[in-house]
Write a protein that binds this ligand. Structure first.
Ligand code: NAI
Ligand code: MG
Length: 350
């Protein structure tokens, strides 16, 4: 029997609640589909920081390296630890160390969920470049506090970085509805984004079965609100992808439904799966958090581990639950009730 070694980092706040819910569902799917999950729990969180001065031990990355995948709940507890510390001490180093250059987020309306739009029936896979671009961290400040103060922030686009994310997008499109939309701003940003467009055209030649559209980020924002139905795979830079995926989460009904994965496509290191939402200190530990985003992220992990039938079954179970009205409105059901409904659907559907 295949055993998948999972590094579990529940983190802070509702990260713990939704990780527990997710593992119940994934363990049940594993039992049903004939594989096992071997989770190892790492209690790395803001509490760890307060106790030790570090979000994770000095050799944290080396401890994670041997795992087949990492599952993360959420990190952050701004009342006691600044967000810059928690983010830079745990999440970002993991994404960087394992070269998780593709951040993927599915945006679609689950059955029964009413998004804020009239639009129905959209199914978008947003792929955000996760390592360079506008968030490269290159820049500086001089003459601070003076009236001649200068701040620069340089976006960096490398051929390797752009080629690999575009190629990843085409691979995903090929496995879906065979359409890719590349999002840029090449009318105004005449170096980096024109380069991005050129690379997209080059790679497109390798995928004659996939159709390609080019859109500017501002028009794309409007499109996602007005007519998201025909979008399939959407590829964007770090900044544009960051913004579009928040919009995507909003149109699919909110953070309770927004799943994500940080993928290292060449599998030189483990990939990391996490809901988009944060630790939600306002509702932590009160059986209020919607675990659907987290469970969906868990399904993405199963698919990455090669357990596609189990991943599909988990997603179908989520859909059965929401179709019955479970977890579709804030406050309608508790974390436990939603988890129980997904578990029951997994059993019924099998
Ligand atoms: P948040 O996502 O934690 O919460 C925003 C709002 O959405 C809150 O009102 C919360 O109650 C609600 N919410 C979030 N997830 C929910 C769920 N599953 N079910 C029901 N309601 C839900 O974002 P916020 O408040 O800006 O950040 C809180 C902490 O989380 C901060 O420390 C922040 O840095 C951290 N954070 C961590 C992330 C990560 O670990 N990847 C991502 C985003 C924020
Ligand atoms: Mg964001």
């Amino acid at each position: 029997m295949t055993a998948h070694k999972i590094a579990l980092i529940p983190g802070d706040g509702i990260g713990v609640d939704v990780t527990d819910a997710t593992m119940q569902v994934l363990e049940s799917a594993a039992a049903r589909f004939g594989f096992t999950l071997e989770p190892t729990r790492f209690d790395w969180s803001c509490e760890t920081y307060l106790a030790t001065g570090r979000m994770m031990p000095e050799d944290g990355i080396e401890q994670l390296r041997p795992f087949d995948a990492i599952y993360l709940g959420a990190v952050g507890w701004p009342a006691t630890v600044p967000d810059s510390v928690s983010l830079h001490g745990l999440l970002l180093p993991i994404r960087k160390a394992f070269d998780q250059y593709a951040n993927i987020r599915p945006h679609r309306l689950l059955p029964g969920v009413e998004g804020p739009l009239k639009a129905q029936g959209f199914d978008i896979l947003c792929i955000r470049e996760n390592t360079e671009g506008e968030y490269s961290g290159a820049g500086g400040r001089v003459h601070q506090g003076k009236d001649n103060e200068v701040a620069t922030e340089t976006a960096i686009f490398t051929r390797k970085g752009v080629e690999r994310i575009i190629r990843f997008g085409f691979e995903q499109a090929r496995a879906r509805r065979k359409h890719l939309t590349s999002v840029t701003k090449s009318n105004a940003q005449k170096y980096s984004m024109v380069f991005w467009d050129e690379v997209t055209r080059e790679i497109a030649a390798e995928y004659p079965d996939v159709t390609v559209s080019h859109m500017h980020i501002d028009a794309m924002a409007a499109r996602m609100v007005m007519a998201p139905q025909d979008l399939d795979v959407v590829v964007a830079s770090n900044l544009f992808g960051d913004i579009l995926t928040d919009l995507g989460a909003a149109i699919q009904g909110g953070l309770g439904f927004a799943a994500s994965a940080n993928i290292c496509p060449d599998r030189s290191g483990p990939s990391m799966f996490e809901p988009v939402h944060g630790s939600a200190p306002d509702i932590a530990g009160r059986n209020i958090a919607n675990p659907i985003a987290a469970i969906w992220s868990g399904a993405m992990m199963l698919e990455h581990l090669g357990e596609k039938p189990a991943a599909d079954a988990v997603l179908a179970a989520i859909e059965s639950a929401t179709a019955k009205g479970i977890g579709i409105r804030p406050g309608s059901h508790g974390t436990d009730a939603i988890t129980a409904a997904v578990l029951a659907a997994l059993e019924e559907n099998a």
